[in-house]
Design a protein around this ligand. Structure first.
Ligand code: TXA
Ligand code: MG
Length: 351
């Protein structure tokens, strides 16, 4: 299949809407990451997404809407959901709610709940409006790769597998939406994102964070969100995170870097000077800039065949929780305490 990559304008958005109405799948930008969309009410079209991504069939999709009135047909709406929608929609928040019969089981992977999100990106909104349908869309990467934050990333992963990619430039946030489960006894963040647990608690009075946000599933443990069962956000290089005071971390990472030709470092802007003349990629001044750059950097390492990456950790509060959740998964929870750099040495001898 020939994959067209078109600048998002009224004409290409019209073509994408026509493809969606005829049961095809298209990639489009959102404010978080690029999505791979199909008509959420058409089970056969949704199966096409799983096929193109190579996604396990037990991992449900998020349904994107343009208008609050669309929720009535899709899910059991609640007072809490209405309060959150008023505060954070359109924007990077997905709410998990009891589903209605109209939503095909392909979308929810057989679950009785459905994830709903109203994106804010003007191209996503224009596409939703033009096709007049709810759009089921996961991130537009091949399963197991970092989420795409540019149209070029989508093309690299899905070229030949989908008919059209709408190019709306780089995504604003660069990390996927916050997934908040509203179907249980208390609101619980299953995946942290740009809407933080702190912000949700301010609006709802409380907000829990699933323990599995910052640790791997234990053997036999059930996943609160099916996506957690799967390997995620994995660059091809081995990624190690190093935590501790800035000086200790820089010493530990620098020593490991010096022993590994071709290794790469990711560090916060204020620490760049601690690494001397070593090659360091700048995560920027704060968690928002780190979120924006993270997947972009991980993908660039894959393109350059980097084998080994060392990265500083961030405080896991606010948006830092979302960055650390993605980093910890990409590193397969390989988090080293600076000062105990014996663990880095022993790992190197295994590679
Ligand atoms: O920002 C985003 O959320 C992007 C853009 C395209 O909207 N989409 C995205 O989709 O990241 P995806 O499929 O890559 O991640 C959706 C996550 C998965 O971890 C999935 O398991 C979880 O949401 N999820 C979806 N429906 C669920 C449900 N009913 N119950 C629990 N978890 C659910
Ligand atoms: Mg994804």
């Amino acid at each position: 299949m020939n994959t067209r990559l078109l600048a998002a304008d009224a004409q290409s958005i019209g073509q994408a809407a026509e493809l969606l109405r005829s049961g095809r799948i298209v990639a489009f930008p959102t404010e978080t990451v690029y999505g791979l969309g199909a008509n959420a009410l058409d089970g056969a079209a949704v199966r096409g997404i799983f096929q193109a991504k190579g996604r396990p069939g037990d991992n449900p999709l998020i349904v994107h809407i343009e208008d609050l009135q669309q929720t009535a047909a899709l899910c059991a709406w609640s007072e809490g959901a209405a309060v959150l929608a008023a505060a954070f929609w359109p924007g990077p928040l997905t709410m998990i709610l009891p589903k209605k019969a109209l939503v095909p089981h392909e979308v929810t992977a057989g679950l009785s709940t459905v994830g709903i999100r109203m994106p804010s990106h003007p191209v996503a909104r224009a596409l939703l409006k033009a096709c007049g349908l709810p759009i089921a869309a996961p991130s537009a990467n091949r399963s197991g790769r970092p989420s795409p934050t540019t149209a070029g990333h989508v093309y690299a992963d899905l070229q030949g597998l989908i008919p059209l990619i709408l190019d709306g430039g780089p995504c604003e946030f660069g990390l996927e939406s916050t997934v908040l489960d509203l179907s249980g006894a208390s609101p619980t963040v299953l995946r942290p994102g740009a809407v933080t647990p702190e912000q949700i608690a301010l609006v709802l009075g409380q907000c829990d964070v699933a323990e599995t946000v910052m640790r791997p599933l234990l053997p036999g443990e059930g996943a609160p969100s099916p996506g957690m069962r799967h390997r995620h956000y994995a660059p091809r290089a081995r990624l190690s995170l190093v935590e501790g005071s800035a000086d200790e971390v820089a010493r530990c990472i620098s020593a490991a870097y010096d022993r590994q030709p071709g290794a790469r470092i990711m560090a916060m802007h204020e620490h760049l000077g601690l690494y001397g003349s070593r090659r360091v990629d700048d995560l920027g001044p704060d968690a928002a800039s780190a979120a924006h750059r993270l997947f972009y950097l991980l993908r660039s390492y894959d393109e350059q065949d980097v084998a080994c990456i060392y990265c500083e950790t961030l405080p896991a509060t606010g948006l830092g929780l979302a960055v650390m959740n993605r980093l910890a998964r990409a590193a397969q929870f390989d988090i080293i305490k600076a000062g105990y750099n014996a663990s880095i040495t022993s790992k190197e001898s295994n590679t």
